[in-house]
Design a binder for this molecule. Structure first.
Ligand code: CMP
Length: 140
């Protein structure tokens, strides 16, 4: 089934000039980028995006980090792309990520973990709408 997911190249990766590296990994998996832009989130916007984590101990620090510099946000499209992109990213905690995954190779911290990807169809729908209008998503 063709799905869409929301991917973010986080501020740690943008500041380390890893945008191209991450995009290359995505394209190598035959995953299509159907929308992309660079943004700088405000603290409030980061809090809204990560609202599901509002009760977690890392919420303040995470939203400070995500609003600390520019991010690249993308909509990815493809067969089973939610799971495929999560596999490509590796586990949230880079220490537990599989060898060859983006986080295993480039993350430096459980928070500064280079990339984000939606974890389900429901969160993909919310997260894509958070950053993109339907007009900004380019199909075939
Ligand atoms: P992400 O996939 O964007 O989803 C939530 C983010 O919270 C996660 O990646 C990390 O950047 C951050 N985070 C910080 N500490 C933790 C933690 N202990 N467990 C999970 N996520 C964490």
């Amino acid at each position: 089934m063709i799905e869409r997911t929301l991917a973010i190249i986080k501020p740690d990766a943008v500041s380390r000039n890893l945008i191209g590296t991450v995009i290359q990994r995505i394209e190598k998996e035959e995953i299509k980028i159907v929308a992309m832009k660079m943004i700088r989130m405000t603290k409030e916007q980061a809090k809204g995006f990560y609202y599901v984590h509002k009760d977690k101990p890392f919420y303040e620090s995470l939203t400070d980090f995500m609003s600390s510099g520019p991010c690249v946000v993308m909509v990815l499209e493809g067969e089973n792309v939610i799971e495929r992109y999560r596999k490509l990213m590796g586990a949230t905690d880079y220490k537990k990520a599989e060898p060859g995954t983006i986080r295993k190779e480039f993350a430096t911290d459980i928070e500064k973990n280079v990339v984000h990807g939606s974890d389900s169809k429901e969160s993909a729908e919310f997260e894509i709408k958070y950053f993109f209008s339907e007009l900004e998503i380019v199909g075939k």
